[in-house]
Design a protein around this ligand. Structure first.
Ligand code: FE2
Length: 385
């Protein structure tokens, strides 16, 4: 279904078509397997404004791994590192480098979520499991999605503890201020050649999601490389998972570069929402976060017309947006502001997007060309274009 058709059709109507056998309350947490969780936590606290939240490791009686939970408003990230050579996580690290293992979804009934999805063809990762401590109980269950990535359903209605049983409050003396990141807007998966529709069908059949936007390789292309993307959403629109696959171009697609370095499908980027992207990005830049290069002057010159074509007026100072490299895209419903970090590890794999929605519910299609030209300059520098 094309973007234009969707506008006529109405997004609410599309969301209604999603199946409600899997009601999702939101993203519960995202867990990364990393080489050194202690240092990664320091980076995300310093550079992204995350707060020390919870901890599990040798001091709490966990001898196999250490996990640091960092939090900013509704966003919870768990950074986990293995403590010994027998851990399965070592294989994950050697194969993928630092990356996302778990996209956990907050549900009212984890057992039912697992039953409904495995019944529809999902491969089980973790059977429904009750974890208890003095603060109550959590039920978790998990299924595989693309690559080695998994979804874990988390039922926490009978739990009052800090995070999950086994975790203690992380008391740190180093607590930088938050930087205005609010919640996860969407998380994007990269899958292999010709696999996008397989995973679109998986999210439709197994999780009851709907495909509400599609971009083909004619829309997402530059002179050199291309990709295709379909955006999947659950019924209340809170969970959005765009899925990308590479497409043929004159040179190597950025998705192919990801697949080469991640050794298969995985999470490409996490988009986090800010209510004041100018302030957030200025703070992140001051702490050393590297963003993709700022689009050229011509790009910013075209912004007023791109907004007025849709009868919108920019509330922000365009010179400020330009000085920070923040991009602007408009559609019928409003506009959005967005910017992308460079990969946050040495492999050109996972990166972050900062997004502020001013009514628009799209994903910045009008920015794709400027964005991908910027990514290609990076690929060129890496010798992977
Ligand atoms: Fe995005």
């Amino acid at each position: 279904m094309s973007k234009i058709e969707n506008v006529e059709y109405g997004l609410e109507k599309i969301f209604e078509e999603a199946q409600d056998f899997l009601p999702l309350l939101g993203t519960d947490y995202v867990e990364f397997i990393v080489g050194n969780a202690k240092q990664a936590a320091h980076f995300y606290k310093t550079a992204f404004g995350f707060q020390s939240h919870a901890y599990k490791g040798l001091e709490t009686g966990c001898k196999d791994y250490a996990s640091y939970v960092i939090k900013q408003d509704k966003i919870r990230i768990v950074l986990t590192t293995p403590l010994n050579q027998d851990s399965w996580m070592n294989d994950h690290l050697s194969k993928h480098g630092d990356g996302v293992k778990v996209v956990a979804l907050w549900v009212d009934d984890a057992k039912k979520s697992w039953e409904e999805t495995t019944k529809r063809g999902a491969k089980s990762y973790m059977e429904p499991t009750i974890e208890k401590d003095e603060h109550g109980e959590i039920v978790r269950a998990g299924i595989y999605t693309y690559g080695e990535t998994v979804h874990i359903f988390v039922e926490r209605k009978n739990y009052t503890g800090i995070f999950l049983p086994g975790y203690e409050k992380w008391k740190s003396e180093y607590n930088p201020e938050p930087m205005g990141l609010k919640f996860i807007d969407h998380m994007v998966g990269n899958v292999g050649w010709n696999e996008m529709d397989t995973w679109v069908k998986y999210y439709e059949d197994v999780m009851g999601f709907v495909n509400f936007l599609s971009f083909d390789d004619k829309q997402i292309t530059t002179e050199y490389s291309a990709l295709m993307s379909k955006v999947m959403s659950n019924g209340n629109g809170r969970i959005k998972f765009p899925i990308n696959e590479p497409a043929e171009g004159k040179k190597k697609s950025q998705i192919e570069e990801y697949l080469d370095f991640y050794n298969g499908p995985g999470v490409q980027h996490i988009a986090v929402a800010s209510n004041d992207i100018i302030d957030t990005v200025a703070k992140m830049r001051a702490k050393g976060v590297e963003f993709l290069s700022t689009p050229p002057d011509d790009y910013y010159k075209s912004v007023p017309k791109r907004l007025s074509d849709h009868n919108h007026e920019l509330a922000e100072d365009i010179e400020k947006l330009k000085s920070l490299g923040i991009m602007i895209d408009a559609d019928e419903e409003g506009y959005l502001l967005q910017i992308f970090t460079k990969p946050v590890e040495d492999r050109p794999t996972l990166f972050f997007e900062i997004i502020q929605r001013m009514g628009a519910r799209g994903f910045g299609a009008g920015n794709f060309k400027a964005l991908f030209e910027s990514i290609e300059r990076e690929q060129e520098n890496r010798g992977t274009l």
